[in-house]
Design a protein around this ligand. Structure first.
Ligand SMILES: C[S@@+](CC[C@H](N)C(=O)[O-])C[C@H]1O[C@@H](n2cnc3c(N)ncnc32)[C@H](O)[C@@H]1O
Length: 241
């Protein structure tokens, strides 16, 4: 991707503070996934080690129990995340600096849909997480990232969703303050197949529309509570192949 998140770090920090879609809504899905993941894990959870991939300013790290390490390629955001735990400068999908199988769990919120190699993402995280460990991901829902997808109002005033080029993977620019960030669109089937090929077994998928707080904050979401805007996934790593 061309954009440098150091250049839009201030925009992102403001978005986390002011846009529920970038904070409360994603964190609500992450909390649900974490709670189910905690219930399914055995042993002393306080001793577990989680890596937060694309940790940004650290909002997800602050939700995770046990030890957590954040990684991101923005030095500016990492400086802010350092108050939530140890952080490492790194560029995904490269996790070559990690000892294989060292993590019990990987978490990634808002990263998979801004990087262009999802196949390497799933395989490199599979090497870094131990067999039986988990991968929790939250992204913009692919229904919402499809180029030319948008709301439509039918003659009765009902709000429908235009699918756009849903079946075609690609990226398109999304406003980020005075700059843009490319959001990468992939149909759900491409994501799930890449994860399965890398040895990840799907435990759970959560789909949500914009929350009441998001709709209140951004009136363009009015009437769209029933349209998917975010997706969360929990996978368990199968045995080594
Ligand atoms: C949408 S923000 C999400 C931040 C954080 N996970 C959160 O939910 O608050 C995307 C983050 O991914 C980071 N990022 C983008 N591409 C990256 C890459 N190739 N490797 C590591 N981090 C990346 C950005 O610097 C940014 O912090």
């Amino acid at each position: 991707m061309g954009e440098n998140w150091d250049d839009i770090a201030d925009w992102w920090v403001d978005a986390v503070r002011e846009d529920p879609g970038q904070s409360d809504d994603t964190l609500a899905i992450l909390s649900e996934l974490l709670s189910d993941s905690n219930h399914s894990r055995e042993g002393d959870r306080s001793r577990s080690l989680t890596i937060d991939l694309g940790c940004g300013e650290g909002q997800s790290m602050r939700l995770i129990d046990g030890s957590v390490i954040g990684t991101d390629y923005s030095m500016d955001l990492l400086r802010r995340a350092a108050s939530a735990g140890p952080v490492v400068l790194g560029r995904m999908p490269d996790l070559g600096w990690v000892r294989p199988g060292v993590f019990d769990r990987a978490v990634s919120v808002g990263l998979l849909d801004v990087i262009d190699d999802h196949v390497s993402f799933f395989s490199s995280v599979a090497l870094a997480v131990r067999p039986g460990g988990q991968l929790l991901v939250v992204i913009n829902h692919p229904v919402a990232t499809a180029p030319e997808s948008e709301p439509l109002v039918d003659p009765n005033g009902e709000i429908l969703w235009r699918w756009g080029n849903y079946l075609t993977a690609g990226s398109w620019p999304h406003e980020a303050g005075e700059r843009t960030v490319d959001l990468v669109h992939r149909p759900v089937g491409e994501l799930l197949t890449a994860a399965a090929t890398a040895g990840w077994n799907l435990d759970q998928m959560i789909e949500r529309g914009p929350s009441a707080a998001s709709i209140e904050r951004f009136h363009e979401y009015h009437g769209q509570a029933h349209i998917p805007s975010l997706a969360g996934f929990c996978w368990t790593r199968g045995p080594s192949r």
